[in-house]
Each structure stands twice: as structure tokens, then as C-alpha cells.
Design a protein around this ligand. Structure first.
Ligand code: IMP
Ligand code: MG
Length: 188
């Protein structure tokens, strides 16, 4: 545990703020889907969206099913996206259903672009996207999210499901890492 915590730079979003925002997002999602009157299918993009989705779905009272997708764009200890790769899918039947894609963070938009395209091909009744974090970068604007938890600066973050080299996902807060860890990100 000591080895993990000494590499954290600072807490960017503490757990209480996350919890409050998740409650608000869930209320908004509930309201928006009430009109359609139907049940939904949640599609968290694994592994990063695991914790966020687990908290969010417990705040949704409508009937729902789950579909799973695993996408990776930061293999190993990379802090730069290598482009999204679809590793596994277990989506179930999405045709004619109201689908909500859930992801941890919208950065370049490569991941969500890939997943939105893939799900759209299955002809859902509606398709919405919810992300906990959105990095402020110009490129991502071509890919839209209907629900955004927090806009954050273009820094590498970990915790609450987000990883560095598959570590730190279990941190309850969203943190930035020491420059030593983010060395690669600072190169031009
Ligand atoms: P995009 O494809 O560039 O939009 O990146 C989105 C994906 O990359 C997310 O689903 C995350 O899993 C991962 N990602 C992007 N930025 C970070 C970060 O700062 N920390 C950890 N993972 C990140
Ligand atoms: Mg991810």
C-alpha cells in the first residue's frame, strides 16, 4: 500500500465529489429515459468504466440489462494512447433497445468513436453515452457524450477505475500521478 500511495501526486477529484456527481448523472439519465418508458441496456467499456458503472447503475431504478465490451488503448505502462483495440465483447441483443454506453474518460474520442459505431450497427432504439471525465482537447469534439461528469485538464489521471499500467483502479479518489510516472506524457 505504501508503494502505491507515494506515487500519487495530488487528489484531483475526491470521492465525495464523485459520489455527488454520480447521483446527479443518474437522476438526469432516469429523467431522460422516463420519456421512452422502456428498459435500457448499459454498456460499460471495460476495464476503466467498471467502478463508475457499478456506482451509477445502483442509482438507476429502471429495469436494465448489461452488455460488456473490453477496449484497450494504453497497453502496458504507456500514458499515450496507442489507438483503441477491441479485446472482447459480450453485448447481448441490442437491436431495438435503449442503449447507454458508459466510459471512464473521453480523451481523443478514439475509444468512444469505435464503440458508438459498433453499437449503432446493431440498430438500437436509441443510443446515448455517459462519461465520468472529459479531457479538454480539441480533437475529441467530433465524438460527443450526452452526459459528462467532470471536465478536466489534459493531465494523466488514475483511480476510481482508471489505471496506469493496470494499477491504481482501486483508489477511491481520482488522482494525478507524480511526474516520474507521467514521464512519457511530458515528452513533446
Ligand atoms: P480515447 O480513446 O483517447 O478517448 O481514450 C479513452 C480511453 O483511454 C479511456 O477509456 C481510458 O480507458 C483511457 N484513458 C484516457 N486518458 C486516461 C488517463 O488520463 N488515465 C487513464 N486512462 C486514460
Ligand atoms: Mg477505457
Amino acid at each position: 500500500m505504501a508503494a502505491m500511495s507515494h506515487q500519487i501526486d495530488q487528489v484531483l477529484i475526491p470521492r465525495r465529489r464523485i459520489a455527488r456527481r454520480v447521483r446527479h448523472l443518474a437522476a438526469q439519465i432516469t429523467l431522460d429515459h422516463q420519456q421512452s418508458g422502456a428498459e435500457i441496456t448499459l454498456v460499460p467499456i471495460l476495464t476503466g468504466a467498471m467502478i463508475f458503472c457499478a456506482d451509477l447503475m445502483r442509482r438507476l431504478s429502471m429495469r436494465l440489462k448489461m452488455g460488456l465490451l473490453t477496449v484497450s488503448s494504453y497497453p502496458g505502462s504507456s500514458v499515450r494512447s496507442q489507438g483503441p483495440a477491441l479485446l472482447a465483447q459480450q453485448l447481448g441483443e441490442l437491436t431495438g433497445r435503449h442503449v447507454l454506453i458508459v466510459d471512464d474518460i473521453l480523451d481523443s474520442g478514439g475509444t468512444l468513436g469505435l464503440v458508438q459505431g459498433l453499437v449503432a450497427e446493431l440498430k438500437p432504439a436509441s443510443l446515448r453515452t455517459c462519461v465520468l471525465l472529459r479531457k479538454q482537447r480539441a480533437l475529441q469534439r467530433t465524438v460527443k457524450a450526452d452526459y459528462v461528469g467532470f471536465d478536466i485538464p489534459d493531465v494523466f489521471v488514475a483511480g476510481y477505475g482508471l489505471d496506469y499500467d493496470n494499477y491504481y483502479r482501486n483508489l477511491p479518489d481520482i488522482v494525478t500521478l507524480r511526474p516520474m510516472m507521467a514521464r512519457e506524457a511530458q515528452q513533446p
